[in-house]
Design a binder for this molecule. Structure first.
Ligand code: F1P
Length: 310
């Protein structure tokens, strides 16, 4: 059975329709208002989302997995209970959780639809942009964010609005995050666009944010991007650092790391913003790189809106 609701009261108007081929640019620019709308909906959605003390698994594929990773760490750090994150294909069937939260913008991703069907009878919640899709039919409860759906294949605002909704449920100040996202939309990026390679790093809830920044850069711009937990960066990945390359930190970097990177000749990048807001700078970087490389960021090579397997 599926239980569904949508945030009619909270939903703002659709973003301005952009020029063809630039959906992602307009969608990422709408994130501050989207996060505010998600936060306004959070009280209504709360009963379907993890309750304090519950043992929770959060699953997704691609971008949605990285949102799950970031939320899982934040929830445990805020003391709300054990929270694991898995790629949809890697959910450990033998484990018992009080609730499984699946994240899927499209609601059609095969691994997520199959997993929710396999968990039938258990407490499951789907967070999606599309309430009428197969994943919603398989979930016990559905939290819909239709206002954050996107025209671009490359996800930006649905993913971050989902994280804003979940963080609102942890008591985080989403208005402050939205204010920081507005700053992130104005942060200069031009002097970063000549780079040859980028490695994103972060700790805690910023590990998933770094993975998402790297995925965005690969998807939108076919650009060489890696991501690691910041403390693990010294354990091998630093070998890649050299002049012309970037090491981009989400959140405060480990002590001494900026200097170690500087000694390699690579450029250390850091914005004094919450990692979720700083992700907006990386999304802009990815889209600007795509433009510079003559690519259409809305139509990434070899990708579709979701992966539907036969
Ligand atoms: C998940 C996803 C996207 C990715 C690609 C394929 O979609 O992996 O994150 O960018 O377009 O699909 P969804 O399950 O969130 O709809």
């Amino acid at each position: 059975m599926s239980e569904s609701s949508s945030p009619e009261s909270a939903a703002p108007g659709a973003a301005t329709v952009p020029e063809p081929g630039s959906f992602v640019a307009a969608e990422l620019a709408s994130q501050p208002e989207m996060w505010r709308a998600a936060a306004a909906y959070s009280a209504e959605a709360a009963a379907k989302l993890p309750q304090p003390g519950e043992r929770v698994a959060v699953v997704g594929c691609g971008t949605s997995w990285f949102v799950a990773m970031s939320y899982a760490v934040a929830r445990e750090q805020r003391g709300h209970g054990l929270t694991d994150a898995f790629a949809g294909s890697e959910y450990p069937a033998g484990r018992q959780y009080d609730r499984v939260v699946a994240i899927s913008r499209s609601g059609t991703t095969t691994e997520i639809v199959d997993l929710l069907a396999a968990l039938s009878g258990q407490r499951t919640t789907l967070i999606t942009a599309v309430g009428g899709a197969p994943a919603a039919a398989a979930a016990e409860a559905v939290v819909e964010l239709p206002f954050a759906d996107e025209r671009s294949v490359v996800q930006t605002r649905f993913a971050t609005s989902t994280l804003a909704l979940l963080r609102a449920g942890l008591g985080d100040d989403v208005e402050e995050l939205a204010r920081q996202a507005e700053l992130a939309l104005r942060e200069p990026i031009e002097d970063l666009l000549g780079a040859e390679q980028v490695t994103f790093i972060g700790r805690g809830a910023a590990v998933g944010i770094g993975c998402e920044a790297a995925l965005k850069t690969r998807e939108a711009a076919q650009f060489w991007a890696e991501a690691y937990p910041a403390m693990d960066y010294r354990h091998g990945p630093i070998s890649i650092a050299q002049p012309g390359r970037l090491v981009w930190s989400f959140g405060e970097p480990p002590e001494g790391l900026a200097d170690e990177v500087a000694r390699t000749g690579a450029r250390f990048v850091h914005h004094d913003l919450d990692p979720l807001a700083a992700l907006v700078v990386a999304q802009r970087f990815a889209v600007a790189l795509a433009v510079r490389r003559g690519l259409d960021a809305d139509r990434p090579r070899s990708l579709t809106r979701s992966v539907i397997l036969a």
